[in-house]
Design a protein around this ligand. Structure first.
Ligand code: RRO
Length: 305
């Protein structure tokens, strides 16, 4: 009932992990591999391994999460060599320099089913989010498209975008994507540079960047839905919804806005792999009540008043 496709890659289950959460180590990837998650997506990686930012760098409650992890990862070779059994394996790439991304794209192993190029990490001091610089994004995607040109037709060339808030920005970035070989878009990364504070201690809740970090969780769902729906309308790419998915109803809304699959971040952090079963069961119940047999029966069918 929850089968779907991302570009031409079939997935048995349209719910999987957001990059960054519980997908950095071999144990975490193995655990994802035997879970319900429809895909295993790695932590964003750099050529060399990184420790990431200082602790504490994550905090959450029922409504939101804030993180400034700072790209802790085991390095490209580890993720490039990891293999999944019985489900697609995607790796997220987030080179510290543009050329690092091109190096990783040029050296991808053949068993990797897709990539999610991260254009939107908000947490590296001194680095801006590529997706907010249209010229850089255009040049970057042109070169990446050339490198990936000889990949098979079911290879997923995905990008992960930051949230956009402006009509002109939606149109501009969609035009750039439409002139590239990108075939999948994940909307959205965390809302960059939020600040969550505690009144009692009169303090920030995370240490790096004086408390500034990427915001995820339920509070970002309306922004995620808007971005999913805009890029669904403006491109031919498969859209992956990410942002505020805690329940089957949240997943339903993302799919109604045009998502072919959804990623779970904050809730996966809070509930571990069991969240994939629960959210999927809740989504199936909604579909049964509405007499939908597959997600294609309602994908993108959002009604306007
Ligand atoms: O590692 C991080 O700090 C991080 C990354 Br790469 C990202 O893309 N989004 C995020 O919220 N944190």
């Amino acid at each position: 009932m929850l089968v779907s496709k991302i570009n031409n890659t079939d997935i048995n289950y349209c719910i999987y992990n957001a990059s960054g959460v519980r997908c950095s180590t071999k144990n975490e990837l193995n655990k994802l591999n035997i879970s319900k998650s429809g895909i295993v997506l790695s932590k964003s990686c750099t050529i060399n391994s990184r420790q990431g930012n200082s602790l504490p760098r994550y905090w959450d409650n029922n409504l939101l999460s804030i993180n400034s992890s700072g790209l802790p990862n085991l390095g490209f070779d580890f993720y490039n060599e990891y293999k999944c059994i019985n489900k697609p394996y995607f790796i997220s790439l987030s080179g510290m320099k543009y050329d690092d991304n091109f190096y990783m794209l040029n050296n991808l192993n053949n068993h990797i089913n897709g990539i999610e190029l991260n254009l939107s990490c908000p947490n590296i001091k001194g680095h801006s989010q590529t997706g907010y610089d249209f010229n850089q994004t255009e040049n970057f995607l042109r070169k990446a498209s050339e490198i990936l040109d000889d990949k098979k037709s079911d290879f997923v060339f995905g990008i992960k975008l930051p949230p956009y808030f402006d009509e002109h920005h939606f149109n501009k970035i969609a035009e750039i994507i439409n002139n590239s070989k990108v075939n999948s878009i994940t909307c959205i990364n965390s809302l960059g540079n939020g600040l969550v504070i505690d009144s009692e201690s009169e303090s920030c809740l995370i240490k790096p960047k004086n408390g500034f970090g990427g915001i995820g969780g339920s509070v970002i769902k309306p922004i995620a839905l808007a971005n999913v729906h805009k890029f669904y309308s403006l491109t031919k790419c498969s859209i992956i919804g990410c942002g505020g998915i805690k329940t089957g109803n949240d997943a339903f809304q993302h799919i109604l806005c045009g998502a072919s699959a959804v990623q779970v971040g904050t809730t996966f952090y809070q509930e571990d792999t069991e969240c994939f079963n629960r959210i999927g069961d809740e989504l199936k119940e909604i579909m049964i009540n509405k007499n939908y047999k597959t997600i294609d029966n309602f994908k993108g069918n959002l009604k306007y008043l």
